[in-house]
Write a protein that binds this ligand. Structure first.
Ligand code: ADP
Ligand code: ASP
Ligand code: MG
Length: 815
């Protein structure tokens, strides 16, 4: 015989019930079956809500009754042949009247006892099972209904009654021995006490009913039919990458369900464990999927970690003080008082110094527990031997579960470092001596991030997900998005990185998608996005709290440069091509670097100098390996280089500057390039990255622009002034020619002093032949004394800048 159980969603409506009936019909051809069913999805909740409403004198409970009635009547009309409907409708109607009477009673008395609550809750399963039994008779005439209350006997602990197995097993055995039906349908969840009152087995208890029946008849197997393809490596609603576990031991499944894997009600395993009855978790909506087999012989070669689960709404109580040390019986008193208060202890840790004990309980019990503990230790508290009990709420327990963990070293270390890297603060840790479970207590707001990172670390072949929040999708931003789109597959396959763009914003619109925006049609997504505000962008990124989050600034905007600290403090990395932050006040630059270190959030800005050239990265390696930069000589402006390389007797200065803008080599405001400010920012950043403290004002800027050009306030006036002063520029050109030199805008740092300005470069200099928009940097260091370390290449342009930003993102992925 096989016992099957269909959960709430599997019997939610006529259509789903039909799927369940098909499964039962098919199986019944080979075996005798006992089929346990839940209430129609949502009905138990509705019954309990209605009872609470009635008890608090809210007449609205009547609407709930009406809704419940409609739902069942509709199911009957769709499921049962019209000539069989009447009799069933009369029966169901009369039961709904009984339900109404009970609820009216609660309303009149303004009271709801646990016993009445169970009587009311039982209607969900009673109604569903009778409807399904009638429907099943249409396809399997040799099937019948049996009320589980006549078979399962419990104590009177209403709400979660304890089963009397001696009596129950005999009743079940006797009934099934004499019963000749091919299929018996039974309501889950409900039972009865010795004195005949209806009891329930706890929320989700239909699984348990099925296990009790399976044990009573010594079934060949127990099948739990639900709405997912088995027991997953993590809750599939929270971790999208979770996978069904094919095979798992009873102990592992028990541990996972105790720690929150709702797919199986925790007490379910106990009754079948001793009789070694295998449990299958199967999907009603995808019956051909393999599912999960829970048995005594799980696959020994599988991952030592079987799953990750969590329990939310946890409070942590800490009892601390010298009065606990070496005083026999303190823990006994502590646990005794919790037990007297009927408070369930979910988690315990005790420091080996015995100086403190930490206990995890449900949020809702926290206040009661605190008061009771303080009362118990009143004397010790008055004598300052023990502190008042400390309560922290809104926490969550996350557990790694696996039988084989004991044979593998370093798993807990991996767990803690994975959480630490994502700035998930661990409040307490417990590892059972069986080493089947390592649990940590963390903040509830971090739970999604924690589950996903742990899942990624232990189950996803080390594929790392990077979540980008991109600000600015202009010229460079667009190229950046295109490059990610193009490389996505390669990165996943070759570098085990899954790069997703979660948010994008320009100055007008912003758009978010927690599952990653489509990079194919991002433009229309953005156009249809919401109105952009910086504060909203920041708070959404914080709220999503995704692992490996990276804020990517592809603007040249000062306001955006001033928000990096808010990201870094949330453990969100910052990648930027915007030079403003790093070239602002030294204190600000230093503060961002410190925040990056403190919150373990990378802050990378390779493209601040030389676009995609690896200048800052190289500098970092030099410094990290103990070298010292003494002198820097550089041509750092791709745009000025382009301009002076093309400026000639045949191509006037104004036109060349215009062309540089068109090709995207200048800043949106070309004066920033031509005035030398942009180059000054770059050399300042290199100096600071070399370990020197310097402010912008200390850089000597030998500006070559006439005063009038400098004083313009918009691009149009600026270009006009270039025409007006064309003589000035032509004179510069003739002077250079006369000296057989070329004009370059050079930045230098020597002996603690820095300057930027035009220089006439003679033929023998390595700067002389610098082509197009190229950059060159020479680092003279303690190790590179006579021959400098030289980095040279294209130092401006949207594509190379975008690829420099991309490289920073990949650097973060490789950490
Ligand atoms: P039923 O109504 O069939 O009893 P439940 O809602 O009680 O179904 O349990 C199934 C649900 O459990 C799934 O839809 C899923 O959201 C949730 N769940 C939580 N953790 C897990 C897990 N580790 N594996 C599978 N499902 C899980
Ligand atoms: N209907 C009950 C509940 O919702 C029992 C179950 O579905 O397992 O808790
Ligand atoms: Mg369930």
């Amino acid at each position: 015989m096989i016992v099957l159980k269909f959960g709430g969603t599997s019997v939610a409506n006529a259509q789903n019930i039909q799927l369940a009936i098909n499964i039962v019909t098919e199986k019944s051809k080979k075996e005798k079956l006992a089929v346990v069913v839940s209430a129609l999805s949502g009905i138990t909740d509705m019954l309990l809500i209605a009872s609470q409403k009635a008890a608090s004198k809210d007449e609205n409970y009547k609407n709930n009754i009406e809704e419940i009635k409609q739902k069942h009547f509709e199911t009957i009309s769709l499921l049962i042949d019209s000539n069989n409907q009447n009799q069933l409708l009369i029966k169901i109607n009369s039961q709904i009247n009984q339900l109404q009477t009970l609820l009216d009673g609660c309303f009149l008395l303004g009271e709801l006892s646990p016993r009445t609550s169970d009587a009311i809750a039982s209607f969900g399963e009673l109604l569903s099972s009778q409807i399904i039994a009638t429907a099943l008779q249409q396809t399997i005439p040799n099937s019948n209904f049996k009320d589980s209350r006549e078979l399962i006997k419990t104590n009177s602990n209403f709400g979660k009654a304890a089963v009397n197995f001696d009596v129950t097993n005999t009743l079940i055995e006797d009934y099934f021995i004499s019963n000749k039906s091919q299929v018996v349908i039974l309501p889950g969840f409900i039972a009865s006490s010795k004195d005949g009152n209806t009891t329930t087995l706890g929320r989700g208890g239909s699984d348990y009913t099925a296990a009790i029946i399976a044990n009573g008849v010594n079934a060949d197997s127990l099948e739990i039919w639900t709405d997912v393809n088995g027991m997953f490596t993590a809750n599939p609603k929270i971790v999208k990458q979770a996978q069904p576990i094919e095979s798992i031991s009873y102990q592992e499944a028990m541990e996972l369900s105790h720690f929150g894997a709702k797919v199986l009600y925790p007490p379910t395993i106990q009754p079948v464990l001793n009789s070694n009855i295998p449990i299958w978790i199967k999907n009603t909506f995808e019956p051909e999927a393999y599912g999960t087999l829970i048995s005594n012989n799980p696959d020994a070669n599988a991952n030592p970690i079987k799953g990750i689960s969590h329990i939310d709404k946890i409070a942590l109580l800490t009892v601390e003080g010298s009065g606990l040390i070496g005083v026999a019986g303190s823990s006994k008193r502590l646990f005794e008082v919790l037990s007297q208060e009927n408070i369930n202890v979910i988690f315990i840790t005790q420091a080996s110094s015995e100086h403190s004990i930490c206990i995890g309980i449900q949020n809702q019990d926290a206040e009661r527990a605190r008061k009771a503990i303080n009362k118990t230790f009143e004397l010790e508290i008055a004598q300052n031997k023990i502190d008042n009990c400390i309560v922290e709420k809104d926490l969550c327990i996350v557990a790694l579960v696996g039988e084989n963990m004991k044979n593998h070293q370093g798993l807990s270390g991996k767990m803690f470092s994975t959480l630490g890297k994502n700035n998930v603060n661990i409040r307490a840790i417990a590892q059972g001596a069986s080493e089947r479970n390592i649990s940590v207590v963390i903040n509830e707001k971090d739970v999604k991030k924690a589950l996903n990172t742990l899942h990624e670390r232990f189950f996803e072949d080390n594929t790392k997900q990077l979540n980008l929040f991109v600000m600015g999708v202009g010229n460079v931003g667009e190229k950046f998005i295109d490059q990610i789109h193009q490389q996505k597959k390669f990165l996943k396959e070759n570098m085990k990185m899954n790069v997703r763009v979660i948010a994008m914003s320009n100055s007008r619109k912003m758009v978010f998608d927690e599952d990653g925006l489509s990079l194919k049609d991002w433009k229309s997504l953005l156009d249809n996005g919401e109105t952009a505000t910086i504060s909203e962008f920041i708070s959404k990124a914080k709220e999503l709290n995704l692992r490996n989050s990276i804020f990517v600034d592809i603007t040249a905007n000062g306001e955006i440069a001033s928000i990096y600290d808010q990201f870094l403090k949330q453990n969100i990395a910052v990648v930027t091509c915007n030079k403003i932050a790093c070239s602002s006040q030294y204190d600000n630059y230093k503060n961002l670097k410190n925040l990056s270190r403190k919150y373990n959030a990378p802050f990378l800005f390779e493209t601040n100098v030389g676009a995609g050239l690896p200048i800052i990265d190289t500098l970092k390696h030099l410094i990290a390996s103990g070298d010292k930069v003494n002198r820097i000589n550089a041509v750092l402006s791709g745009s000025l280089n382009f301009i002076f390389n093309n400026f000639s007797d045949f191509y006037n200065f104004h036109d060349v500057v215009k062309e540089a803008g068109v090709q995207g080599f200048t800043e949106p405001d070309p004066k920033i390039d031509l005035s030398g400010v942009d180059v000054a920012r770059k050399i300042l950043i290199l100096i600071r990255e070399s370990g020197y403290e310097m402010e912008m004002e200390a850089i000597e800027n030998n500006c070559f622009l006439p005063q009038e050009c400098m004083e313009t306030t918009n691009n149009e006036d600026f270009f006009k002034s270039l025409i007006k002063h064309s003589n000035h520029f032509e004179n510069l050109l003739s002077e250079a020619k006369a000296k057989d030199c070329r004009i370059k805008f050079v930045a230098s740092f020597d002996n603690g002093k820095a300057s930027v300005g035009l220089q006439f470069i003679p033929k023998e200099s390595p700067f002389y032949n610098l082509e197009g928009k190229d950059n060159i940097v020479e680092f003279y260091t303690d190790r590179y004394i006579d021959q400098p370390l030289i980095i040279k290449g294209a130092g401006a342009g949207a594509a190379v800048t975008a690829s420099g930003i991309f490289a920073d993102v990949i650097r973060i992925g490789n950490v």
